[in-house]
Design a protein around this ligand. Structure first.
Ligand code: B12
Length: 483
């Protein structure tokens, strides 16, 4: 069977990256003799171009993958398909997993896949007439057939290595200066209230085994295959939390440097890292750890975000990382329920205290299905505003902080971030750029930052030429507010 996939990633301000879930599905289908093709939508295509590709590919089935912010593109593109073709469509991904009924309501979508898609799609491709496949809901003859959920794949080693070819890794590597993102695990054992992991876990048949990791040898083989096929100079391990199991990470850190001379960075959690763990990472060629500070106020962090870590644990984690020679990256959010202006200032202060080498600042977006979304809904904070990405506007109306105040603090925080980056530039560049940034944010506030974000990638590409090797940054902005 020939299956055409559509991956909408429209206006997310993120640099082109692969989709690990789709790559795993591609591998599973291809190893079983099916053909796959992909439309990667970085901007909304013209209807005729979108349909032209479908005409050319002539697929037997069309699969959409979707996160919450992108579902309107799934709705629109799938309705275009139905105007011209009689090709069955299926949608999977995080939003379909949490809200299958909503997706099933789209006129252009015939089937919805909840949870992991490798085996359900394989069964569907083998027999497109079936409608009793676990994890899939079918709309047939005006009726909805809801099937039970299967357990998530318990042993990840049984899956073939993800196939990234349809994403054009050569192009991604060129744009990201040799950096490639890979994952060893699925899921996360923690339950931060703003992250979808607890919502995804709750719909699995057996949520006990939600967090899983490939065996070290299998993961190393996967990396080996990638290195053989593509000119990879750096890995970003995008796992929600890298090294959840200390035994796994010890084995990985022992074996990786014996096989690879490639630097990597990974996500970890401040309250879990020890000096020994960080030193092990360094000995394995890790150059940077990315950790969530999220907010500077301990009450907000512990009680509202369910991140049970103190400020001193955060300070200690960043200090230890710097001491053992790692660069650091901090994830932060602003615009949370119950957050006051003072609390945002605490977040800025904590960042100034720990001096991360890179900082991500995102505006909190309440993902439906999460505990924090429920809280925002109960409290009546959710407005009608829309947002394609969590990099831009808040969709909340908060009694503790007006939008103007939030925008002002966001701008202040962003200026700190930019100034921190400018510290690495030669004076001749730093001074004029500082003046431009200071003047434009003083005059236009957050609008200046929004403009900066719009021209982010090309701008970064230019200024990264000026960066010293020590601080050279891979352009792909890893802007996840979760670790
Ligand atoms: C790595 C990662 C990224 C990477 C790679 C993106 C990707 N989609 O793989 C990058 C950095 C690019 C990224 C970007 C973004 N991300 Co992200 N990301 C993750 C992370 C940490 C892991 C995803 C992953 O690979 N999981 C493992 C794979 C195997 O699972 P999977 O992707 O869900 O795929 C399986 C099933 O969903 C299903 N499936 C998926 N697609 C399809 C399609 C069909 C047809 C079928 C049948 C099945 C199917 O089968 C797959 C294989 O089993 C998750 C957190 C998490 N634990 O899920 C957040 C997460 C998915 N990201 C999130 C967000 C918000 C974003 C952004 C919108 C951020 C932004 N800038 O605003 C963008 C949007 C990108 C996009 N259009 O998808 C949210 C989504 C929340 C939501 N309700 O939608 C998550 C859940 C984190 C969170 N905040 O809770 N992300």
């Amino acid at each position: 069977m020939k299956i055409h996939f559509v991956y909408p990633n429209v206006n997310t301000f993120m640099y082109p990256d692969v989709h690990h879930g789709l790559a795993s599905i591609f591998a599973t289908l291809k190893t079983n003799g099916h053909q796959v093709s992909l439309q990667y939508l970085q901007k909304m295509p013209k209807k005729k171009d979108f349909l032209g590709t479908i005409h050319r590919e002539k697929p037997d089935l069309i699969g959409f993958s979707s996160v919450t912010n992108q579902i309107r593109f799934v709705d629109l593109c799938s309705s275009w398909i139905k105007e011209e073709f009689h090709i069955p469509t299926i949608c999977g991904g995080v939003h379909a997993t949490i809200f299958p009924n909503e997706i099933a309501g789209f006129n252009g979508i015939d089937m919805v896949c909840q949870g992991e898609g490798e085996y359900p799609l394989l069964e569907l491709a083998a027999d497109p007439e079936r409608y009793d496949i676990k994890n899939i809901r079918f709309k047939k003859h005006g009726k909805m057939f809801i099937n039970t959920m299967r357990a998530p794949v318990h042993d990840l080693d049984e899956l073939p290595f993800p196939d990234y070819q349809p994403f054009n890794p050569g192009k991604i590597l060129k744009d990201r200066k040799g950096d490639f993102s890979v994952m060893a695990s699925r899921g996360c054992p923690f339950s931060c209230t703003y992250c979808c992991n607890h919502a995804i876990r709750n719909v699995q048949a057996e949520n006990r085994c939600y967090f899983r990791v490939r065996g070290v040898d299998s993961f190393l083989n996967q990396l080996g295959q990638l290195v053989q096929n593509y000119p990879i100079k750096h890995f970003t391990f995008s796992d929600d939390v890298f090294g959840v199991s200390k035994k796994w990470s010890q084995e990985f850190c022992d074996k990786y440097p014996k096989q690879f001379d490639i630097e990597f960075e990974c996500n970890t959690r401040p309250e879990t890292v020890s000096e020994e763990f960080l030193k092990n990472l360094v000995s394995a060629h890790c150059t940077q750890v990315d950790m969530g500070i999220e907010v500077g106020n301990e009450w907000l962090r512990k009680e509202i975000l369910n991140r049970k870590m103190t400020n001193s644990q955060i300070i200690n984690a960043f200090e230890t990382a710097h001491r053992v020679g790692l660069k650091t990256f901090s994830y932060n959010m602003v615009g949370l329920p119950y957050e006051t202006c003072e609390m945002v200032k605490e977040t800025i202060a904590l960042n100034k205290r720990v001096k991360p080498d890179q900082i991500a600042i995102t505006v909190f977006y309440p993902y439906p299905g999460t505990q924090l979304f429920e809280l925002c809904r109960r409290e009546g904070y959710i407005s009608q505003r829309n947002s394609a990405s969590y990099m831009s506007e808040s969709i909340l109306e908060l009694p503790t902080m007006s939008r103007t105040q939030l925008n002002r603090l966001y701008t202040e925080f962003y200026c700190y971030l930019i100034n921190r980056r400018l510290e690495w530039y030669p004076v001749v560049v730093r001074i004029p750029l500082s003046v431009i940034i200071f003047t434009s944010t003083a005059l236009f506030g957050k609008r200046a930052i929004d403009l900066f974000l719009k021209i982010y990638s090309p701008f970064l590409r230019i200024i990264s030429l000026l960066e010293t090797k020590r601080h050279r940054i891979f352009i792909g902005p890893k802007i996840h507010t979760k670790k």
